[in-house]
Design a protein around this ligand. Sequence first.
Ligand code: ZN
Ligand code: ZN
Length: 291
Amino acid sequence: MNVIRTTPPRPLDVAAVFPQLAPLARTATRLHPRPGSPSPYDSSVGGPLLWPANQPWLYCDKWHEGPVSPLLPVAQLYARDAPLLRPPGRTDLLQVLWCPFEHPPEYKPPIALFWRTAADVTNVLAAPPKPSEVQYGYMPEPCVLAPEQVTEYPNFLELGKELQQQLSDWSAWQAAGVTVDDSYEVAPQEFYMDELSVAPGWKVGGWTPWGLTDPVARFCVACGAAMSPLLTIASDEWDASNKGWVPYEDQALAVLDDARVSNPPGVQVSDANHLQLYVCPKCYTHTDLIQ
Ligand SMILES: [Zn+2]
Ligand SMILES: [Zn+2]
């Protein structure tokens, strides 16, 4: 059964109102993880990986508070479901695993990333080792995905001063003749942040959901190239502040309670923040940052 999730159109075309935003548009693939029973042949969050039977499983070899632990599957993405992945060479599958414990000094889980060619995996490991203990928030519930492309613009803090001033100026919005809820009159940039810029939840590509720290560019340690957002691991799909991004198919659920936070995978990274993975577009090294 195919799961489908459809993000409602944005309340207005913000790049038409503020043309300097137009060149900053990026496509993101919202993954829309929902509880299910994915197989190794499906893209998933918290599902079984297409892992070769003859490849040893990975264990965390660094210090963490807890027993030595096998790594845990976090996500598996086939390129057919997430065209923005741009996998290297002939690979067509990205696998993301983590140690289910936060590690000092940054108190985030170490991440392992694999690019594979699915057709090369003929014998799939049937029963990978499971951790005997997992830190709260680090065991994703098995979810199937409903990938959907959306357009994003940068977080307000990533914009130049001039654009920030325009977006903060209620009269600029009024002059464009667009209808914006009066509650945003004092700080119209919050309308941009909530409804027009960065989609909430798990996604591939797009713009980073900055929040915990000010934006900082990431550069590849190997070649110096600017790194791109690869995968956003989110601690919720939406909350009361960004309900305009709730897919049509979930809206009946979302209006039950105004304060409802939706988080089907049940993942809570580093105090309910985001774990943003970055990749170098040239040599495919990766890094991550808590956001
Ligand atoms: Zn560990
Ligand atoms: Zn590089």
